[in-house]
Design a protein around this ligand. Structure first.
Ligand code: B4P
Length: 190
């Protein structure tokens, strides 16, 4: 079973490349960002709490996102494998993912980290903000906060996966197709 963690700073291209990888590899896509945005759109209690945090560039509590991933794994038990997009984002989430996969006799096959320059991240997000309608995409100070939170809470996961020999650094600069090819070349080595 192929289980990929697609990793990177906000705007690094996770969602963009996940769309390509699910098509190419026939994996099930689990994006915590998308799951949270559908809760927000449905105006659920969870969605309202998540929106308050997301709009300011903060992470949603671990218990919420871990619960969402757990129920999606149960719903998609027959999948060939999964692409975890934007999850895990903290060490606690990474530990929970390992446990959840282990319960199914499975594990993370590799963590693919898209590396992109900070100014490019900001430009990509601002450009998406012109059409996405996302409050967290439109304000430079919120985007900078997202990157700060990433550096503090999420970036340490590179060490977590390195220690398991599962960390793969991918150059995330260039065209979408060039980056997709780098990802496919790396997945072929797993
Ligand atoms: P996400 O939905 O994961 O948001 P993201 O990091 O902005 O998305 P992504 O990285 O996928 O965007 P992409 O680069 O593809 O999370 C949103 C928020 O939800 C988080 O800030 C957090 O508050 C919360 N959240 C989500 N998961 C959580 C978790 N596990 N724990 C706690 N909180 C969580 O796209 C960016 C733009 O770049 C697009 O417009 C795209 O078209 C463009 N782009 C992509 N590749 C490009 C390229 N090569 N060249 C030029 N442009 C490119």
């Amino acid at each position: 079973m192929l289980n990929l963690v697609l990793f990177g700073a906000p705007g690094a291209g996770k969602g963009t490349q996940a769309d390509f990888l699910i098509e190419k590899l026939k994996l099930t896509h689990l994006s915590t960002g998308d799951l949270l945005r559908s809760e927000i759109a449905a105006k659920t209690e969870l969605g309202l709490e998540a929106k308050r945090l997301i709009d300011k560039g903060f992470l949603v509590p671990d218990s919420i996102v871990i619960g969402m991933i757990k129920s999606k794994l149960l719903e998609n038990k027959d999948a060939n494998g999964y692409i975890f997009d934007g999850f895990p984002r903290t060490v606690e989430q990474a530990l929970a993912l390992d446990e959840l996969l282990e319960e199914n006799g499975s594990s993370v096959s590799g963590m693919l980290c898209l590396c992109v320059d900070k100014e490019e991240l900001i430009n990509r997000i601002l450009s998406r903000g012109k059409t996405s309608g996302r409050a967290d995409d439109q304000d430079v100070s919120i985007i900078r906060n997202r990157i700060k939170v990433y550096n503090e809470k999420t970036d340490p996961l590179r060490n977590y996966y390195s220690a398991q020999n599962k960390y793969h650094k991918i150059d995330g600069m260039g065209s979408v197709n060039e980056i997709a090819q780098r990802l496919i070349d790396t997945v072929a080595t797993l």
